[in-house]
Design a protein around this ligand. Structure first.
Ligand code: SF4
Length: 517
């Protein structure tokens, strides 16, 4: 091609370009870093720096290290200089459980999982891997050791001036058991289930005859545990029957957790539960006593709670503040006898009190205060003018109940009968005069004073705080373990964790802040 031809071809090309429609260039794709999962890498891990200096796990480790753990070390058979498996240090296992509870974790499997990736758990166990069976067994194997630990932590708090027994608030709270309401059965049905469970155990044969697989061993253990629970449920049915004086039809026990009892909840419903009793000192809201009961009634626990505080700290509380569930006359008398100042609200116990009469449908015009008492003749006169004469006395703790009755024929002919004693067809109207003991009268007088009322108003904020904390922050809204002994241990772990958190807040953090200034 000569120069002329080449020039005309280039000209043709330019014309073609001018004739073609204009196409805009595609925008460039954003450039981002690719993810490369095909690589192998090593990482430097400074275990000590996995958590910051002010992390509460360090405080837990420090405090547990200051305590005597003899009860936990005693069962360890391995000794230095000999062969065999080396168990984990109880100081570590205690610290792990305390830290776990403080995070609302109460599952051994979950702790074992977190030890593999969560910094505080990794720091505590030094990147070691702990089997969940080890953790699970440790939680329930040290009843005496744990109680001793609770007392020691109280000793630490007390030595730092954080515990005062001048005023202790005591309260009860129902926590749901590890059992459903539909697991409760009557005696007959429990016997049927037990028979079936026994046959199942027999059918398993002799475990020593063959090498059990892991799965089979677990299945056999589950069947045997079920048989034990059913045997225990039959025993508990008897106890329920005796306690409630119930007949065969009414008495029932849970086949999941035989020692749980149906209790009223704060929302008004009913559920299988245990009654958790906590004594909290008022100065720093430290728990100074913790217990668990199968009884839904609170008043039966106060005397034991005061004794436990004394056992834990070496002296009784000077003053104990409780709600109406605890202020029975028995408790008023017992506290007075022990020299403990009791503050509470006194419930009505006179069968002729306004509340009781309202329940019976008595018209307000015929309440006890409308009857006049003649001390000289020891008789009452009703609003219609009839006499009610003395008819025996009943001696109860802190009170003597004097009964007065009108003549049946007089009331039968009275025009006010339907308003005065409705439903009473065969007897005359009766009223009761309650003569309280000196201690009860002094208690009632004290509770009329502004000072006592002001102290009582503080009760809710102090007494209900640890209960709410344990449920909301530590996650103990339902027990994970079954049976009174294990449930008590769960409560002890939670109360211990709560107190250690109080120590971290009131002492350890303050010390850390002072050191950094
Ligand atoms: S019913 Fe009996 S006690 Fe009541 S007002 Fe009449 S007479 Fe009196």
């Amino acid at each position: 091609m000569n120069e002329r031809e080449a020039g005309s071809e280039a000209l043709l090309g330019l014309e073609a370009m001018a004739a073609a429609p204009v196409v805009s260039a595609a925008p460039a794709r954003p450039r981002v870093k690719p993810v490369d999962r095909s690589q192998l890498t090593w990482q430097m891990l400074d275990v000590e720096r996995r958590i910051e200096p002010e992390h509460p796990a360090r405080a837990i480790w420090e405090l547990v290290g200051r305590l005597k753990l003899d009860g936990f070390y005693a069962p360890i058979e391995a000794v230095e200089g000999t062969a065999g498996r080396t168990p984990w240090d109880p100081r570590l296992l205690v610290s792990l459980w305390i830290h776990a509870y403080s995070r609302g974790i109460s599952s051994a499997r979950e702790i074992a999982r977190r030890c593999s990736y969560e910094p505080a758990f990794q720091w505590l166990c030094g990147l070691g891997e702990i089997n969940h069976h080890t953790l699970s067994d440790f939680r329930v194997d040290h009843d005496a050791g744990l109680r001793e630990l609770f007392v020691q932590v109280l000793g630490v708090l007390s030595s730092e001036g954080l515990v005062s027994l001048e005023r202790v608030m005591h309260d009860g709270s129902r926590i749901k058991a590890c059992a459903g309401a539909d697991s409760f059965r009557r005696e007959e049905r429990l016997k049927e289930h037990l028979e079936a469970a026994r046959k199942q155990v027999e059918a398993m044969g002799d475990a020593r005859q063959e090498e059990p697989t892991r799965k089979r061993a677990a299945q056999e253990r589950a069947v045997r545990e079920r048989q034990q629970r059913l045997e225990q449920a039959l025993e508990e049915v008897q106890k329920v029957r005796e306690a409630k004086r119930a007949d065969k039809e009414q008495a029932r026990a849970s086949q999941s957790d035989p020692q749980a009892r149906i209790m009223k909840q704060s929302d008004g419903g009913y559920a299988p539960s245990y009654n958790v009793q906590l004594s909290t000192e008022a100065s720093n809201r430290v728990i100074v006593g913790a217990g668990v009961s199968q009884s839904g009634s609170d008043f039966v626990h106060l005397i034991g709670a005061v004794a436990q505080v004394e056992a834990n700290l070496g002296k009784k509380p000077a003053q104990v503040v409780v709600d109406g569930g605890f202020t029975s006359r028995e408790n008023i008398m017992a506290m007075a006898e022990q020299g403990v100042d009791m503050i509470g609200s006194l419930p009505e116990a006179n069968p002729s009190s306004a509340g009781q009469q309202r329940q019976r449908g008595v018209s307000e015009k015929f309440y006890l205060d409308k009857f006049s008492y003649d001390a000289q003749q020891d008789i009452y006169r009703c609003p219609a003018g009839a006499s009610l004469t003395a008819k025996g006395r009943e001696f109860c703790p802190g009170v003597v109940l004097h009964k007065y009755v009108a003549k049946a024929e007089v009331c039968a002919a009275c025009q006010f009968r339907s308003e005065c004693c409705p439903g009473n067809q065969h007897h005359g109207r009766s009223v009761v005069r309650a003569v309280h003991s000196l201690e009860v009268r002094q208690f009632a007088e004290k509770m009329q004073t502004e000072e006592a009322k002001a102290i009582y108003r503080q009760r809710g904020a102090v007494a209900e705080f640890p209960n709410a904390w344990i449920k909301e922050k530590l996650g103990l809204r339902q027990f994970r373990l079954r049976g009174l002994v294990k449930v008590r241990l769960e409560v002890l772990w939670a109360a211990l964790t709560y107190n250690i958190q109080q120590w971290i807040r009131l002492s350890w953090r303050a010390r850390l802040a002072a050191a950094s200034n």
